[in-house]
Design a protein around this ligand. Structure first.
Ligand code: SAH
Length: 379
């Protein structure tokens, strides 16, 4: 029989699956310590290995001189250090860089580096495509294929930093690339642990931000297990409009979302949550909307980031005018809510918010559904 073989993503294997093919980038420090203990080794091997991988950039186990010969030989036979491969690099006129990365099993994802005065931010993807159908986001139009492994998430930072070289440091990471990070909870948390681990990248928790469209139960879990900065894609102040723009709101409406935000804000004094609000002409940009936002955001320590809408082919919306955005911003600032307008970066290479598309082989049944609905209405 002539069958087509699906590529296997071995990046997701745990140490219990002794396949002889363990990608060590799949473990945060705790996971790595457990792995070494399961081999009869001391847990401190984890810190040694993290330093070799993330700080020394070593890929050859034989060069890891403080590990015993037998351990090196075990790692050589059973483990590897594999990251996604850069297949396209684009550099925008403003210095923003977008990389298309290919995973071991052939999926393509996008990662964006945004240089600014005194810092460099990497926008990292968490999934191949996205299962949420936010109507203004071009990643959403691609459908969903699969979750990225921890190795593929931390691997984006690994390859980006290597490519940029030691002169250009990645100082901040935002989980704002393709996908909904809280729907890939364990792998994203392990990757963020590595970003903040002093033996790996050592970024402070203020410089690692996870952005969510509002997966409420996962927001509570996150508050319990991982202290990072939180951004929430709000985009509307009534359930009616938010149900339309961010359909996950039907499952977790605004009231529940704001409760989860308040709980997260309790983690530390003076902690604020960043709310993201895409400016859509005639949809969510009236002065009434601004007043609604003031009312909503007064109930939680917050900052507001207005995002000018970035159009994409066949998008249903247009961006609010500069004048409207300015009036909106001023009204909020006057009411005491710190409000900024996000500078659109990397527009000429489609690297702006919501423009990351990669190459997704959709596995959700969304397109099928659309077809059925279409044929029903035509009948
Ligand atoms: N799923 C997560 C992570 C994606 S972050 C989330 O929703 O937060 C990407 C950010 O860009 C989100 O705030 C998203 O709502 C916003 N965005 C998506 N499409 C956009 C577009 N076309 N123009 C401007 N912002 C957009």
């Amino acid at each position: 029989m002539n069958s087509v073989q699906e590529p296997v993503n071995t990046d997701n294997l745990s140490p219990n699956q002794s396949s002889g093919d363990i990608n060590l980038l799949n473990f945060d420090r705790k996971g790595l310590a457990a792995f070494f203990v399961s081999l009869g080794e001391k847990p401190f091997r984890a810190t040694q290995l993290l330093k070799w991988i993330y700080q020394e950039g070593a890929e050859d186990f034989n060069l890891m001189s403080n590990l015993s010969k037998s351990l090196r030989s075990f790692l050589q036979t059973n483990c590897h250090i594999t990251v996604p491969e850069i297949v396209v690099e684009q550099i925008a006129s403003d210095g923003t860089r977008k990389w298309v990365l290919q995973t071991r099993c052939g999926n393509r994802i996008e990662t964006v580096f945004i240089p600014e005065e005194g810092r460099g931010t990497l926008c990292v993807s968490s999934q191949v495509g996205c299962a949420l159908a936010c109507t203004f986001c071009s990643t959403a139009q691609q459908g969903f294929n699969r979750n990225l492994s921890t190795a593929e998430i931390i691997g984006q930072l690994y390859v980006a930093q290597k490519r940029l070289g030691s002169e250009t440091r990645i100082t901040n990471v935002v989980m704002m690339g393709m996908g909904e990070p809280l729907l890939n909870f364990d792998n994203v948390v392990a990757a963020m642990n590595l970003m903040m681990d002093d033996f790996a990248y050592g970024l402070s928790k203020r410089r690692v931000t996870i952005s969510t469209s509002g997966v409420v139960p996962a927001m509570y879990r996150l508050t319990e297990v991982c202290d990072v900065s939180l951004a929430v894609s709000l985009h509307a102040v009534t359930d009616v409009l938010r149900n339309e723009l961010v359909p996950i709101n039907k499952k977790y409406p605004l009231q529940e979302l704001m409760d989860a935000c308040r709980e997260n804000a309790k983690i530390a004094p003076r902690r604020t949550i960043t709310f993201e609000y895409v400016m859509l002409k005639g949809v969510n940009d009236s002065m009434d909307d601004a007043r609604g936002l003031i009312k909503l955001l007064k109930t939680v320590p917050s900052k507001l980031n207005l995002i000018p809408f970035n159009p994409f082919p066949n998008s249903l919306y247009t961006c609010s005018s500069k004048d409207t955005i300015l009036r909106f911003k001023n009204l909020l600032n006057d009411a005491g809510i710190v409000t900024t307008v996000r500078k659109t970066r990397g527009e000429d290479i489609d690297a702006a918010c919501g423009q990351l598309v990669g190459k997704v082989q959709d596995k959700s049944r969304r397109h099928l559904k659309l077809k059925v609905i279409g044929s029903e209405s035509a009948a």
